[in-house]
Write a protein of this length. Structure first.
Length: 126
């Protein structure tokens, strides 16, 4: 009788009745982060990213016109697996600076699959 009344969106939280004891720990935690939520949290530190990029531009006249960061957002809201996609600046001071800023971010907790976040910064030359 319980199975018949169960909605499809309840299945990921409790696959069978034996797991319902862990459901309260998930109460109030969304299953997903929206693209808007991810972008808003990421851009909350925009000034820090710009400072990193300006420092690199002062050091590196050959800096690419786009710097793309990629990282994973874990279920607990922390970040991991950070990388800069452009080979020219993949390692060194820019990647270290941006990685520290991204590493300090805390996203909303969620119970769904980890998210990969990719953001391209366009570098404007004066």
């Amino acid at each position: 009788k319980k199975q018949a009344g169960k909605k499809d969106d309840d299945k990921p939280e409790a696959k069978d009745d034996g797991l319902k004891t862990s459901a309260p720990a998930q109460a109030g935690i969304p299953t997903e982060l929206t693209a808007d939520q991810m972008k808003a949290t990421f851009l909350s530190q925009k000034a820090g990213y710009i400072a990193c990029i300006k420092e690199e531009a002062g050091r590196n006249p050959e800096m690419p016109g786009t710097v793309t960061v990629e990282f994973v957002i874990r279920n607990d809201g922390s970040t991991g697996d950070f990388k800069v996609q452009e080979r020219e600046v993949r390692s060194g001071p820019l990647a270290t600076c941006l990685g520290a800023k991204v590493g300090a971010l805390r996203f909303q907790r969620f119970s769904g699959e980890r998210k990969t976040f990719i953001f391209p910064f366009t570098i404007k030359r004066k």
